[in-house]
Unconditional design. Structure first.
Length: 330
């Protein structure tokens, strides 16, 4: 604090040094005042100046502490400080008003986006019913695959819009992993059939405490990536294990192209498509980012292990029951 005060008042100190140099030079040049003690005058000047600095230091630090501890009392401020304060308050009010406007515009855009996505759901549902009646079967499977891709893009957009308010949107309950996983497999059935991908599930008869809708979204993003980057006529394995601490782990393993080592640290970044993702226009770089963000907000841990040419394993780690109680007061 003292160093800051001296730096703030360096102009005073420089002016005092200049006056002392000028005064001592006057004593040396003017013989008429040579009988006055120069040392005495210097000591008295220095003493008075130090007392003045101490007084100002005490006064200004008192003002600073008062600002930290309670609302600013303008009576404690100097006229110049009051001017500064009024100008800063005016600027703050203008910035606050502008931020409020931007926030309202963003909320309006968010509401419009949600309304648009919900409007799209009706024709998507109708299209699904129509597609199920298409013959021949091979044509139906191709149309269903494209329908799934459109559904995924809309699904990402609606969850991206809701992500900022996930705390208000989620509902923690007992969820059966097998039910959630099998629903995602069912939604991707046509895509898996077209690529000849088989899905093997094991040890999924587990119950976790989480939000079923958001967990389904996370699994959906990971599973869609597994299908997208799997080789034709390969398999995807979905199973659970437990680690040494007792956490339940859900693994989604594919045997596809894998992820390069330089891409692994960045695959959860927003809009990052990676080396392989750049080779296809279907990659948006949003799925894994949204899955990671949603997982963190639900208290889940998302990990990935991959090797180029050998495949990728995504792991969702669920917290222990007592961690849910501590976090959500259940």
């Amino acid at each position: 604090m003292i160093g800051l005060f001296l730096k703030e008042r360096r102009s005073w100190i420089l002016f005092f040094l200049f006056m002392q140099i000028w005064l001592n030079g006057l004593f040396f040049i003017d013989s008429g005042i040579s009988n006055i003690s120069i040392i005495y005058v210097n000591i008295m000047n220095l003493l008075f100046f130090l007392l003045f600095l101490i007084w100002r230091y005490g006064r200004e630090t008192k003002q600073l502490k008062a600002i930290y501890e309670q609302p600013i009392n303008k009576e404690l401020l100097s006229p110049f400080q009051r001017k500064y304060m009024e100008h800063l308050q005016q600027q703050y009010e203008e910035i606050d008003y502008r931020l409020h406007q931007i926030k309202m515009e963003m909320l309006e855009q968010q509401d419009q986006m949600l309304a648009w996505v919900h409007e799209m759901k009706s024709p998507m549902t109708a299209m699904k019913l129509i597609v199920e009646q298409v013959e021949p079967y091979a044509l139906r499977e191709k149309i269903e695959k494209e329908w799934v891709r459109i559904f995924l893009l809309l699904d990402q957009k609606i969850h991206e819009t809701r992500l900022s308010t996930i705390e208000k949107d989620n509902r923690l309950e007992k969820v059966c992993l097998e039910t959630v996983v099998h629903q995602q497999i069912k939604d991707f059935r046509s895509w898996c059939i077209e690529k000849g991908i088989g899905v093997e599930t094991k040890n999924l008869q587990k119950t976790v405490t989480t939000d079923a809708k958001w967990l389904g979204f996370i699994i959906r993003q990971i599973f869609s990536n597994a299908v997208k980057y799997s080789h034709e006529n390969s398999e995807i394995h979905i199973f659970t294990t437990r680690n040494q601490e007792g956490h339940l782990l859900l693994h989604i393993q594919d045997f596809g192209v894998g992820i390069r080592a330089e891409d692994l640290p960045r695959i959860f970044q927003r809009s990052y498509t990676g080396t392989i993702g750049r080779e296809t226009i279907a990659a948006t770089g949003m799925g894994l980012y949204l899955a990671k963000e949603a997982a963190e907000k639900l208290g889940l841990t998302l990990k990935v292990d991959s090797q180029v040419g050998a495949g990728t394993t995504f792991t969702i780690q669920f917290p222990l029951e007592n961690q849910y109680i501590q976090s959500y007061g259940m």
